[in-house]
Design a protein around this ligand. Structure first.
Ligand code: ASP
Length: 317
């Protein structure tokens, strides 16, 4: 394949983001797109390094439900899930239910690169982190006052996990999962997704985000996708793989994303969001929730938005 223009696309979680969080959410995805693009734009910048760097910036940003600032489970603790995947050899790594790792996406990448496995969870993931020299942080370091506030408001699993995505609860709950997809000059692609899940989830509940094909999927022959939204619905339709399947039938990336979310809504009633890129670098993004912050950079043009009608543009240097 000839040289492709490097492109990165980020999402910051699909849900009814309250007005007071709009600016931080949009600024956060714009910054992450720049961080990822700077990596892609280096001489040998890879899509894999770019999505990892972009996700780390979002995990470190307390405005998002990933890493620091993650939402709390029914017991009031963080439990973090993440996945990373590359499209050349379809290698993937993921972790679930870890509590004291600052950047879960980095640990997911180590699972991909240093083990024969795709997924490690809980205690096993922590044992592996120790072996790899990944520092553990006190789990309370990742807990923000906002996360405690949301948890106090929405502490019941049924309400929080099911109803938050079906507009049955109004209010200021937070669940900003983060995701990134990218293509580099060599035409290699990657995706990554990281989350604290949904406020008030049961202890040990794992959503779609770390599941290959649901929270993310990537294949250089087709494209890359990262998802967000009601995990229990996303898993049932294997949403990220469904977007790629739609691309394989000849649909544009945008239509592929829209059709996949329509299918999920019709079949299982869940709402969510998708970002995707095909192997020519064409992007698609869609959401069936009120808002989803997104940002993309290609050829020094930054485009971004948070509502369906939005499409802002800026030049980046
Ligand atoms: N999909 C995530 C989960 O169910 C939540 C989200 O995307 O906001 O864990």
């Amino acid at each position: 394949m000839g040289e492709v223009k490097p492109t990165i696309l980020i999402h910051g979680g699909a849900w009814a983001i309250p007005d007071h969080l709009v600016k931080d959410s949009v600024d956060g995805v714009k910054t992450a797109a720049k961080v990822g693009y700077n990596v892609l734009n280096k001489e040998n910048g890879t899509a894999l390094d770019a999505v990892e760097a972009a996700i780390c910036s979002l995990e470190d940003n307390p405005a998002f439900d990933a890493g620091t600032g993650a939402v709390l489970n029914a017991a009031g603790d963080v439990e973090l899930d993440a996945i990373i995947m590359e499209g050349k050899e379809l290698r993937a790594g993921s972790i679930a239910c870890v509590q004291n790792i600052k950047n879960p996406v980095k640990l997911a990448r180590l699972v991909m690169e240093k083990t024969d496995h795709v997924m490690l969870v809980g205690q096993g993931a922590n044992i592996f982190a120790k072996e790899m020299g990944v520092p553990e942080v006190p789990k309370t370091d990742l807990v923000t006052p906002e996360a405690v506030k949301y948890w106090e408001e929405y502490s019941k699993y049924k309400e929080a996990v099911h109803d938050l995505f079906n507009n049955k609860i109004k209010g200021e709950q937070g669940h900003d999962t983060v995701g990134a997809v990218a293509i580099d000059r060599q035409g290699n692609m990657a995706c990554a997704t990281s989350t604290g899940g949904i406020t008030g989830k049961r202890v040990g509940r794992v959503g779609d985000s770390p599941l290959i094909g649901s929270g993310g999927y990537c294949d250089n022959a087709v494209g890359a996708a990262s998802t967000t939204g009601h995990g229990e619905s996303i898993m049932k339709v294997i949403l990220a793989r469904l977007v790629l399947q739609n691309i394989q039938t000849g649909l544009s990336t945008q239509t592929a994303a829209e059709r996949a979310l329509e299918y999920m809504e019709q079949r299982v009633g869940g709402a969510g969001g998708v970002i995707a890129i095909n192997n020519k670098g064409e992007i698609g993004k869609h959401f069936t929730t009120e808002r989803m912050p997104w940002a993309t950079i290609s050829e020094k043009t930054l485009e971004y938005g948070i509502e369906l009608k939005d499409h802002y543009r800026e030049t980046v240097t």
